[in-house]
Design a protein around this ligand. Structure first.
Ligand SMILES: NC(=O)c1ccc[n+]([C@@H]2O[C@H](COP(=O)([O-])OP(=O)(O)OC[C@H]3O[C@@H](n4cnc5c(N)ncnc54)[C@H](O)[C@@H]3O)[C@@H](O)[C@H]2O)c1
Length: 388
C-alpha cells in the first residue's frame, strides 16, 4: 500500500495554492506515487484566513498557530509557504520536532539565517528541500542532460535573466516584498535567486560576483493585510505611502568554479516582460537557449551538425525527455507552472521515502543566499566580491 504522509502547510497565499495543487495532482501524474501527501492542516495568521484556505485547498483542518501544529505527532511534513521572515523560525522548530521540510525560496533573508536552518535540519536528520521549482521545467532538466552528456562540450558562458513588470507601476502597493525586514532583499532574493539556482544547476558553483543593484521607486502606497497583492494598484496614488528599502533591479557578472563566465539580471520593473526567465549557454561544441514564456521548448545548436544545417533547432519536450513519461502523452500539449510544482512535490516525497536528500536542499538554499548577499555587497561596494 502507498505510504501516506500528513502535511501541515503554513501559509495559504499564492504559493499555498501552488503547493496544494501539487499535493492533490501529483499521484495523477506520477503513478505509482512514491507516497501520498495528505492535506492535513492549513495554518494562516487568522482563523478566517486559515478556514478559507482549508476549504479552498482541500485540507482536513484549519489552525492559526503554527507552533502548536509543527509539534503535533501526526504531522510528517511541514511545508513553509509564508513570507521570508518566518521561514527560519518555522523550519528550525519543525526540524527539532523531527518533521521533513519543504520551504519556499529564498530559503531565508540572509546567508547567516539560512545557515541556522541548514544546521537545524542536519542535526535533526530530516529530509529538506528548498522550492526552486523552475529547474524542474522539463526543458531545463533536458538542458542539464545535454550538458552532462557533453553535447555542447565545455561550458564557456551562461547568460540568465528573470524580468518581470508587476512592480513597475509606482502605485503598486508596499507589500512585504518591498520591506527588507520581511523579504530580506528585493529582486535579488525574490527572483534573482531562481536564476542563481539555474546557473548552479546547469553550470556549477559561483565563486565571484560584480553587480549593479538599483532601487527605482523609493516609496509605495501602504497596503492593508499581510499577503502580497502583487500588481494591485491604487491608481489615485493619493493614499499614504511608505518607504521601499529593497532593490528593484540587479545586473551582475559572475565567475564559475569550472572557469565559465556569465551574467545574471533580475528586475521587477521591466514593462512588457511578465515571467521572462531565460538562459543562453555557450559551450565549445554548441549552445542551448531557454525562455520560460515558451517553457515547452528548448533551443539547441550542435556545432558538429553539417554546415548546411547548422543553427538553432527547437526541441518540444514530451515523453522522451526528463519527467515526460509522467506528464502528457505527446510533446507540445503544453505544460505550465503547476506541473513544475507537481514534479517538485514528487521529487520531495520520493526523497523522503528513499531516505535521501533532494536537490535543491537547504545546503543549496544556503549557498544561494550567500551568493545573494555577495551581490548586494558588490552593489554597495562597486567591486568584485569573492564567495567563500
Ligand atoms: N517558487 C516560486 O516560484 C515562488 C513564487 C512566489 C512566491 N514564492 C515564495 O513563497 C513564499 C510565500 O509567498 P506568496 O507569494 O505565497 O505570499 P503571499 O503573500 O501570497 O501569501 C503568504 C501567506 O502566508 C500567510 N502568513 C504570513 N505569516 C504567517 C505566519 N507566521 N503563519 C502562518 N501564515 C502566515 C499570509 O497570511 C498569506 O496567506 C515566499 O517565501 C516567496 O518568496 C515562491
Amino acid at each position: 500500500m502507498t505510504r501516506k504522509l500528513n502535511v501541515a502547510m503554513i501559509g495559504g497565499g499564492f504559493m499555498g495554492k501552488a503547493h496544494a495543487l501539487a499535493y492533490a495532482a501529483m499521484p495523477m501524474f506520477f503513478w505509482p506515487a512514491p507516497a501520498l501527501a495528505h492535506r492535513k492542516v492549513l495554518v494562516d495568521v487568522t482563523k478566517d484566513l486559515a478556514e478559507t484556505g482549508r476549504q479552498r485547498y482541500g485540507f482536513d483542518e484549519a489552525a492559526h498557530d503554527w507552533r502548536e501544529v509543527v509539534a503535533r505527532k501526526d504531522i510528517d511534513i511541514v511545508d513553509i509557504v509564508t513570507p521570508n521572515d518566518s521561514h527560519a523560525e518555522i523550519a528550525i522548530a519543525a526540524a527539532k520536532a523531527g518533521k521533513h521540510i519543504i520551504c519556499e525560496k529564498p530559503l531565508a533573508r540572509t546567508g547567516a539565517e539560512a545557515k541556522l536552518m541548514l544546521d537545524a535540519v542536519q542535526a535533526a536528520g530530516v529530509t529538506h528541500m528548498v522550492a526552486f521549482n523552475y529547474r524542474r521545467t522539463p526543458a531545463v532538466a533536458l538542458a542539464r542532460k545535454y550538458i552532462e552528456d557533453g553535447r555542447i562540450g565545455k561550458i564557456l558562458s551562461f547568460r540568465g535573466t528573470y524580468l518581470q513588470d508587476w512592480s513597475a507601476d509606482a502605485n503598486g502597493p508596499l507589500s512585504w516584498r518591498f520591506q527588507k525586514a520581511v523579504a530580506g532583499s528585493g529582486a535579488v532574493g525574490d527572483i534573482g535567486t531562481h536564476v542563481i539556482d539555474m546557473a548552479r544547476y546547469l553550470v556549477g558553483e559561483i565563486t565571484a560576483v560584480n553587480a549593479i543593484v538599483k532601487t527605482y521607486i523609493g516609496e509605495r502606497p501602504l497596503q492593508s493585510g499581510g499577503f502580497d497583492q502583487l500588481a494591485a494598484s491604487d491608481k489615485s496614488g493619493k493614499g499614504p505611502r511608505g518607504k521601499v528599502d529593497v532593490d528593484d533591479e540587479m545586473l551582475t557578472l559572475v565567475k564559475f568554479a569550472g572557469g565559465a563566465t556569465g551574467s545574471i539580471e533580475a528586475t521587477r520593473n521591466a514593462y512588457g516582460r511578465n515571467n521572462f526567465i531565460t538562459f543562453e549557454i555557450h559551450g565549445d561544441k554548441g549552445s542551448i537557449a531557454f525562455n520560460y514564456e515558451r517553457m515547452d521548448e528548448l533551443e539547441v545548436m550542435f556545432a558538429d551538425d553539417p554546415s548546411d544545417a547548422r543553427g538553432f533547432r527547437t526541441v518540444y519536450t514530451g515523453p522522451a525527455h526528463p519527467y515526460g513519461g509522467a506528464l502528457w502523452p505527446i510533446p507540445a500539449l503544453g505544460i505550465g507552472y503547476g506541473e513544475t510544482k507537481i514534479i517538485e512535490c514528487h521529487d520531495f516525497l520520493q526523497a523522503i521515502v528513499k531516505g535521501e536528500q533532494p536537490s535543491p536542499n537547504f545546503h543549496d538554499g544556503w549557498r544561494i543566499s550567500v551568493i545573494a548577499d555577495a551581490i548586494l555587497t558588490s552593489g554597495e561596494t562597486q567591486s568584485w566580491v569573492e564567495i567563500g
